[in-house]
Design a protein around this ligand. Structure first.
Ligand code: PEP
Ligand code: MN
Length: 265
């Protein structure tokens, strides 16, 4: 199966470059978003991420700034000249989010929200479709088909770990899902090691494994002060840590162990 190139602004997924997406789990305020954006772009990130509406396990946890976060993210993207991605949790949020972001994210918890998938398909917006943490590869690919079926071919898949019996990590990164998904639907696949591990010490090794398995990109959570983050601080890199990470990943992108077959369709 040949892999399709998906363009999002200046970024191409499924091309010869590994796409590094980085940014905070949640956009908490303008200052932290701009500072994070500046650092990650200087370090080679080609796209910014930032949560607006957050799918939190507890209704008492920070729920995100909503549309205000989208405006801040857009400002950061414009300032540093990179496209931006943020999650929508319901069909009603698609319209407003599409005004501000270049790519819509469907989160793990909404991978089975078929109404949302269909509406995103109809919107024509590029989509980052995360794998549900209880979904098989086949269910994940069928979720992608809901979007494709509406004529929207701009779908990038994201493996972010699945729930297993292991308790030392938040989820288990399913590395075999990368080549399986990539070779089945011919869509680019990126990896989010942060939500898979739930701990920052595993971000680099899991990223290297992802590249070895042929991933087309990586999505990394970064926060200026992870200990004070309103969400996912324990799995976020500080700005300084991201600098070191990007140097190591930069070298690995050239590594001979990376799968080289890159036939397009
Ligand atoms: C996220 O990327 O911010 C997120 C909530 O991830 P997931 O849906 O994979 O849990
Ligand atoms: Mn997060």
């Amino acid at each position: 199966m040949l892999v399709r190139e998906i363009r999002v602004g200046s970024v191409i997924f499924g091309g010869s470059e590994i796409v590094l997406i980085a940014g905070p789990c949640s956009v908490e305020n303008e200052e932290m978003a701009m500072l994070t954006a500046k650092t990650v772009v200087e370090c080679g990130a080609k796209m910014l991420r930032g949560g607006s509406w957050k799918p939190r396990t507890s209704p008492y946890s920070f729920q995100g700034l909503g549309a205000d976060a989208l405006k801040i993210l857009r400002k950061a993207g414009n300032e540093y000249n990179v496209p931006v991605v943020s999650e929508v949790m319901s069909a009603e949020q698609i319209e407003i989010a599409s005004e501000y972001v270049d790519m819509l994210q469907v989160g793990a918890r909404n991978m089975h929200n078929f109404t949302l998938l269909t509406e995103i398909g109809r919107s024509g917006m590029p989509v980052l479709l995360k794998r549900g943490f209880m979904a098989t590869v086949e269910e994940w690919l069928l979720a992608a088909e809901y979007i494709l079926k509406e004529g929207n071919e701009s779908v990038v898949l994201c493996e972010r770990g699945i729930r297993t019996f292991e308790t030392w990590t938040r989820a288990t990164l399913d590395i075999s899902a990368v080549p399986l998904a990539r070779n089945s639907l011919g869509l680019p696949v990126i990896v989010d090691p942060c939500h898979a591990a739930g701990r920052r010490d595993l971000i680099l090794p899991l990223s290297l494994a992802a590249l070895g398995a042929g991933a087309d990109g990586l999505m990394i959570e970064v926060h200026p002060d992870p200990d004070k983050a309103l969400s996912d601080g324990g799995q976020s890199l500080s700005l300084e840590q991201f600098k070191l990470y990007s140097e190591k990943i930069g070298a690995a992108r050239q590594s001979p162990c990376r799968l080289k077959e890159k036939t397009r369709r």
